[in-house]
Design a protein around this ligand. Sequence first.
Ligand code: SAH
Length: 368
Amino acid sequence: MNADDATPSNDLAGELRQLIRTSGPISVAHYMHLCLTHPQHGYYRKADAIGASGDFVTAPEISQIFGELIGIWVAATWQQWGELQALHVVELGPGRGTMMADVLRTLNVVPGLQEKTRATLIEISPRLRAAQRQSLADYADRVAWAESLTDITTDQPPVPTIILANEFFDALPITQQVETADGWVERTVCLDSTDALVFSPGDGAIRETRRDALRRGAPSLMDDLHALARTRPTALIAIDYGYEGPAHGDTLQAMQSQSYAAVLENPGRHDLTAHVDFAELATELQSAGFITDGPLSQAEFLAGLGFAARLERLRQGKSARDTNVIDTAAHRLVADPGMGTHFRVLGARSAGLPPLIPFPARREPDTS
Ligand code: SAH
C-alpha cells in the first residue's frame, strides 16, 4: 500500500477504496468528479491551488495583458451589439478572480460601460470564492456569485450576456473508453491485490469524451446555455488547451506544485484535468442553439485583439528591469510552441448575432 495514502489525512483514498470494495469499480469520470469536488476532501476545497505558489499557473496569473485583452474583447463585442443599456458578464470557474478584475478595470476603455456592467462568478469552491471576493473588492457593488448558470437563466428582464471560461472545461470530468478484444469498454478505477488504486485492465487504445459532464443534470450546463441563448443576446468564449477531435488518446493528467503527478496517487491532493476536444464542445454548443466561431490558437486570438499595442502600452515609462519582466510574462502567453499554440479559443454566439471579434468570418456556402 502506498504509505502516503495510508496517512489518516488522505481520507479520500480510504473512501474511494471503501466505495470500490462495496460497489465495484468506478468510472474515470466518477473518479475525476470525486477527486475535484468531494465536499470534504475534493481538490477544490484546498486554498491556494492556482498561481505562482500553487499547483498550476494560468494565463491571467501570468500577465495582466491576458485579462485586459479579454476586457477589450468584451467592450468591442458590446459595441458590435449596438451599445445596449446593460451588460451581464459571467465567468465560469474564475479561479482567484484575477481575470475578472482585469476585465472590469479595462471596460474603462469605453466611457460609461463599467457602470452599465454587472458580473456574476460561477464558482464551486468556497475557498476560491473568498479569494475572488478579495480580488474584486473594488467592484463589490456590481459583482455577485452563483452556484450554477441556472440561477441567472430566469433573470428578468433578460440582459445581454457574455460568458467567459478560461481553463474551466478542462476541469469537467471526462469519460474514457479502452479498446479491448470485446470492443470499446468504459475504463474504470479499481483495486489490485495490494489494495492500490489501478485502472481497469486493458492496454488498448483509449478515447475520451466530455459529453456526459456537459449534459449531466437537470438542467445541465448545456440546458442552461440553451436557455440563455434563447432569451437574450449571448456570447461565450472558451479558452483551454486541447485539440479538435476525434480520439486523441489518454489526456488525463494530474498537476501538483507545477509538476505532473500520478493520476491515481494521492486522490484529491492534485489538480486533475483532461484536454478539451474543441470539435465536441462546438457540436454541443451548436445543439444548444449557438453558432460557433473558431477555434483560433490563443496566440492568434490575442494578436487579433491588439496584443502588440497593449504590450507596448504596458511597457511605457517602466525601467529596463520591469520591461524585461513584463515582456517575459507576456510572451509566455503567445509562445510557439507553448501556451500560444497549445491553447485554443472557441467563440459561440446566439442566433442573430454577427461573427465574434476577432474570428475570421466563415465563408458563406457558395450558392452560385
Ligand atoms: N479561470 C481561472 C481558474 C481555472 S481552474 C484561471 O484561469 O485562473 C478551474 C476553475 O473552475 C476553478 O476556479 C474551479 O474551482 C472551477 N470549477 C471547476 N469545476 C467547476 C464547476 N463544476 N462549477 C463551477 N466551478 C468549477
